[in-house]
Structures are given as C-alpha cells and as structure tokens.
Design a protein around this ligand. Structure first.
Ligand code: HEM
Length: 505
C-alpha cells in the first residue's frame, strides 16, 4: 500500500523527466542556456521581464551566430541567413507566437495583416493595399505630416523643458491618424494619450511579448468560450476610424480637416478605392482593421526611432554639427519638403545608423522551418523549428559592421567601398525583410527625414542630465523608450527659409 503512494508520483516525475530530456535533445547541437532547451519557461521569463533582447545579445557574443532560447526556438545573428528565412519564396511561415496578437471578438479570432499566419490571406490583403504604401503614394500624405510638424514645433516652443520620448509619440500618433483618416487624435494638443489609444496599442504589444512563449496556454486563458475574457470597448481610435469610414462612404466630410481631405488623399481614400478591386480581401471591417494596423504599427516604432536619433545627436555634438551644416547648405524650409531632404547623404547615414544601434523590435521575428528541414548557418534544423533574426543582434555582427559595432558612427555608411556598403545594407533589418517587411517604411522614412531636421534647425536641445543613457522597456514587442528630459531654446543663429510648412504637394 505504502509503495503505491510512491509509484504514482515517481512515474509522473519520470515521465516529466523523459519529456524534458526529449525536449532538450531535439536541438542539442545548438548552444544556449540548458534550461531553455528543457522548457520555454526560460524564454517566457525573460520575455515577460523585457530582458530577452539583452540576454540574446549576450548569448550571441558568447556562443556565436546560433543560439537556442526555447525548446524549438533558435535565434540567428548571421546576416547571410536573412534571405533564407525571410525571402519571398523561402516557405518559412510565421511562428505560432504571432497568434497571440490576433484580436478576439464574439468567440472568434480576428486576424490582422501582421498576425495572420495564413499566407494566402496575408498575400491577398497585402496586395490589395500595396499601392497605398509605395514611395509615390507616401508623398501624397506629406501634407498630413507637415500639419503635424507645424503643431509639434508650436508645442515644443511652448515648453522650455519636456520629455522628448512622449512628445515624439504624440507627434507620431497624430501624424499617423492624419495620414490614415485625415484627422489627428489630438495627443499634441492635449499633451497626452487621448481616449486611451496609446495605452490600448501598448497593451496589445505587451500581450504579444508576454504570451509569445505559450500561445496554446494564451488560447486557454484568453480565448476560452467557457471563461469569457472581459471584452474591452473599442478605443476612441477605432470609433474615429469607423465614423470616418461611414462618413466617407456617405461623402459627409464636414470638419475643417475633412475639407483638407477633399484635396489631400489619405490611407482611407486609398483603401476605399482598393476595396472596389478587392472586395473580398478588403471589406468594411478589413478597412478599419488596416487603419488600426497602420496606426499601431506607426506609433511607438517611429516615435522611438525619432527619440533615439535625437538622443544620439545630442550625445555627439560633432555629428549634430555636420548634420546641421548639411541642412544649412541644402537651404531647407522650416518644415522641409521631402524633396529637399530625401537624398541628403549625411541625414541618410544618421538615420540608418540610429536604426542600426537602436532597433525597436524586442525579440526575434520567428519563422517556422518548412517540411524537409533546412540547413541554416551551418546547422540542420528539422521542420517546425522556430528560427528568427533579432535585428538588434544582427546589427552587432562584427564581421559586417566592424569592431566598433557599439559606437554610433554614421560615417560607416558613407565609405567608398561599394561591396562593404552592400554587405551592410543587406544586413540592415530595421524594417525587417521579405514578404512581411514593414509596409509603412516609405511613410516612416518620409516622416523622420522631415521632422528631425525641422526640430534640430529650429531648436537647440540639451539633455537635462548630460550623463543620461538611452533606456527602453523591452517587455513589449516594440520597445517603449523611457523619458528623455531635454531643454530647448529657439535658435537665433541658423538660417532657414520661412516659406516652409507647405511641403511639395
Ligand atoms: C521607424 C518606424 C518603423 C519601424 C522600425 C517598423 C518596423 C517594422 C517591422 C520590423 C515589421 C515586421 C514585424 C514582424 O514581422 O514581426 C513591421 C511591419 C509592419 N509595419 Fe512597420 N515599422 C515602422 C513604421 C511603420 C509605419 C509608419 C507604418 C504605417 C504607416 C507601419 C506599418 C506596418 C505594417 C502594416 C506592418 C505589417 C506588414 C505585414 O505583416 O505584411 N510601420 N514594421
């Protein structure tokens, strides 16, 4: 009798032990923390606490280009594999971790462009809206960005000391609502999160990071018809987008900014046009979903890139001076037209280098090895292994970027050696790569290349704490930069043309 009390727990323990060893043995060749091979708890713990990014960078420095960070999860920092994993024809689909990003309504998953794992659905939706995001289409939205930059300059002029990180976010949220549906959220005017939209997006991106390691448990907890999760009402952003869609369908634009919309196209116009050609891929709900994807995708990512770029410029006065000289020589307007700044080599190098040193993505973009397995970075991985590149790790590859990878040095992008430049370009993953790369990158580049020159030519910024370092919270999919307190003074010694503000449209 006594013996049976021991047999059951001992059997369970033995089975768990066998399972753990089997887990570990699957990818035993790949180096990494032992615990990460036994269970996904190691990965979940670090993802939850926002330390996975830092840990993976450390592990790559110790073990090289291949690192195991979960039972079936491999991070790779070799730029040569980018095309294999993300290339258009590679057949590597997004991993299960993307499922947790899906919306959930009335007992059903509501996939979006980023979260859908159905490649056919993704391809159809992406094709239907592709024309709205080309470099030429991005120029059509320049007017919306100009209006927001004007508002930002006024807002900064009112505040001699402020937090750059949140101000950059209010700018990107207002700009993206404007180019999405022709009306700002009002964050710059209110100097805060209007209607909880910023928090709602952050909650979603934190949910992704928190549950990415355990998508099946996430399903049980958050998508369980028995224990119905509390549903949150639509944010003011969804409500505004839906109202705009309905008004636009009925042709009822009445507000001041709607009049602007009569002449300046926005994404909503483009999506409505596209829905005529692709009625199935892009119905009314699909249009609102796309508007939400673009505003969510544009907010923290663009804001933290702008904040990081300005931070590095403040920390490196000689680089700032070179950039100011280039902008002065170009004779830009107060709100520069994209045509004035788009091809400036030093500005281009500063942006690329900022995105190399600081990439907002907090973890590898996971893809599954297709049937038949694959040899990647010299190692064989069976079907179903999740492999991914984390831009922050790829961007520290010394073989490509040199021994000074930790240094912010825009000049590295301006070297004569074409082959070396090609290698670096091919290793830059700021906007990801392949068929799921950033759809909004042309708009992001347009916005950043206009707003950073506008700010540094009008104001002299100083860090309140000159020893401050750039810190961010990585417990969410897109890093949230911690406050950067700065002082600002309007410059009196820089010549900019006062005819600015109208862009080139
Ligand atoms: C500096 C700013 C930005 C950065 C660093 C950035 C980065 C990225 C990255 C890395 C991805 C791929 C995510 C993944 O595969 O898991 C992505 C996807 C996406 N981004 Fe951006 N993004 C930026 C700005 C924008 C803007 C301004 C928009 C909209 C106007 C946008 C819309 C999107 C959309 C819709 C996707 C999903 C594409 C797809 O799955 O086909 N992003 N972005």
């Amino acid at each position: 009798m006594m013996l049976s009390y021991f047999i059951l727990p001992a059997t369970i323990l033995a089975l768990v032990g066998v399972r753990l060893v089997l887990n570990w043995s699957k990818l035993r060749e790949a180096p990494g923390p032992i615990l990460a091979g036994f269970t996904n708890i190691w990965r979940a713990y670090h993802q939850y606490n926002g330390t996975l990014r830092e840990k993976l960078i450390e592990l790559h420095a110790k073990h090289g280009t291949v690192v195991r960070y979960g039972v079936k999860c491999i991070s790779i920092s070799d730029p040569e594999v980018i095309n294999v994993v993300y290339g258009s024809r590679a057949g590597f689909i997004t991993a299960e971790s993307y499922k947790v990003l899906m919306g959930y309504q009335n007992g059903k998953d509501v996939p979006s462009l980023v979260s859908t794992r159905n490649e056919k659905q993704h391809g159809a939706l992406r094709r239907s809206v592709a024309n709205a995001f080309t470099p030429t289409a991005a120029l059509d939205y320049e007017k919306w960005i100009d209006l927001t930059i004007e508002e930002l300059l006024e807002s900064v002029a009112r505040r001699p000391e402020f937090d750059l990180a949140s101000t950059a976010l209010w700018y990107t949220m207002d700009a993206s609502a404007r180019f999405s549906f022709g009306e700002p959220l009002g964050c710059l005017a209110a100097e805060g999160d209007v209607g909880g939209s910023i928090q709602l997006i952050r909650d979603r991106l934190s949910h992704w990071a928190r549950w990415a390691s355990y998508p099946r448990i996430e399903r049980l907890v958050h998508r369980n018809p028995i224990f119905k999760p509390p549903t949150r009402g639509p944010s003011s952003m969804v409500a505004a987008a839906t109202a705009k869609l309905n008004a636009r369908k009925n042709d009822k634009g009445v507000s001041k900014e709607d009049k602007e919309a009569d002449v300046t196209p926005d994404l909503l116009d483009r999506f409505l046009e596209a829905s005529k050609d692709f009625p199935q891929a892009l119905d009314g709900q699909g249009i609102v979903g796309m508007l939400m994807s673009t505003i969510s995708g544009a907010g923290d990512t663009t804001a933290s890139t702008i904040a990081a770029m300005l931070f590095y410029l403040m920390k490196n006065p000689e680089i700032l001076k070179k950039l100011e000289d280039e902008l002065t020589d170009a004779g830009i307007q107060e709100v520069p037209a994209f045509a004035e700044v788009s091809k400036l080599p030093y500005l281009n190098a500063v942006l690329k280098e900022s995105m190399r040193v600081f990439t907002p993505l907090s973890f590898p973009m996971e893809r599954l090895v297709p049937a038949g397995g694959a040899v990647i970075a010299g190692m064989y991985f069976p079907k179903g292994t999740s492999v991914g590149c984390m831009p922050a790790a790829i961007h520290l590859n010394r073989g490509v970027f040199g021994d000074d990878v930790d240094v912010f040095r825009p000049e590295r992008w301006l070297i004569e050696d074409r082959e070396q430049r090609r290698l670096m370009e091919a290793a830059h993953m700021g906007f990801s790569r392949g068929r799921r790369n950033c759809l909004g990158q042309n708009i992001a580049v347009l916005s950043i290349k206009k707003v950073v020159p506008a700010l540094i030519m009008k104001f002299k910024f100083n860090l309140v704490d000159s020893n401050a370092s750039l810190k961010a919270d990585y417990a969410t999919a897109a890093a949230v930069v911690e406050p950067i307190y700065v002082t600002s003074k309007i410059k009196t010694d820089v010549s900019i043309s006062s005819t600015g503000g109208k862009g080139n449209c």
